[in-house]
Design a protein around this ligand. Structure first.
Ligand code: R5P
Length: 264
């Protein structure tokens, strides 16, 4: 691997643990002002010191993130559809490599919609992005998106989508945790980070999901709503970090969450 790409990978996935906690705040690119991400700076600022990378669009990066930050950026570079539009899967690449480099990003990310009407278009987006990004040693994150069809998130579908992403050259794949997740990991030769999905009922549910995912081979999380829609987002991300980087059990994470919650 080229030095530059290896260095970027080491910035976004910690070489000592092979793990990472990324904070996903890109939701507005198709959802608009999502609950508790209405004013992005307010959501992002307190959490930035605790994430290993921030997954964000260029618009929110430029308007709402302090450029003096040392936190690496993984830039969302796909979009073009909205939650009220005809089809969420109708995405293109929305940011040039030149602009990504100008923003000094550590990685770029896009969604692929396997099995959707625009499957081929989004897979070709990925292949093109890898071609362009490899030229500059920039890792590509592929997100195995399901749009509104959350029920699609089973091992068979996710294993297929993750493997295709890796085959087309993604350096990291983001997917969902599921029953039989080991099969998804087994068939994907690049690191996997998991999304949290819509907010779960309890903190313990989030800690269990994260714990199971990393114990089954995930490199970590690229999590959004289950962190920043919580009433105590900093306590939440600290607990998630303990699970990902220190193999803390869900019970230990819960204790830590409670302690940190009392600090604020
Ligand atoms: C969805 O396509 C967005 O890219 C989010 O980054 C992703 O869903 C992760 O956020 P959450 O943990 O809220 O699902």
């Amino acid at each position: 691997m080229d030095w530059g790409k290896q260095n970027r990978m080491a910035r976004i996935i910690k070489p000592d643990t092979g793990r990472a906690v990324w904070l996903a705040v890109d939701h507005g690119y198709f959802l608009g002002p999502t609950r508790r991400l209405e004013v992005p700076r307010r959501t992002i600022e307190p959490l930035l010191p605790f994430c290993d990378a921030l997954f964000v669009t260029r618009g929110i990066l430029r308007t709402s993130v302090d450029p003096n930050t040392a936190t690496p950026i993984v830039l969302r570079v796909s979009g073009g559809s909205s939650v009220i539009g005809k089809d969420l899967s109708d995405e293109g690449i929305t940011t040039s490599m030149r602009d990504a480099i100008r923003l000094n990003v550590a990685g770029v990310g896009l969604s692929i919609f396997v099995g959707s009407e625009f499957e081929s278009q989004t897979l070709k987006n990925l292949a093109k992005l890898v071609d362009d990004a490899e030229e500059y040693g920039i890792p590509v994150l592929a997100v195995t998106a399901v749009g509104k069809e959350l029920e699609k998130r089973d091992a068979r579908f996710l294993a297929l989508a993750c493997r295709i992403a890796a085959e087309l050259g993604a350096s990291v794949v983001k997917t969902y945790h599921c029953e039989g997740f080991e099969k998804v990991v087994e068939g994907c030769p690049v690191p996997i980070v998991i999304a949290g999905g819509p907010k779960l009922e309890t903190e313990m549910d989030v800690f269990r999901l994260t714990y199971e995912a990393v114990q089954q081979g995930a490199a970590g999380v690229d999590m959004g709503r289950n962190i920043w829609q919580n009433d105590f987002p900093v306590a939440m991300i600290k607990a998630i970090r303990a699970i990902v980087h220190e193999n803390a059990t869900p019970e230990v994470a819960m204790e830590l969450y409670r302690e940190c919650r009392n600090e604020v």
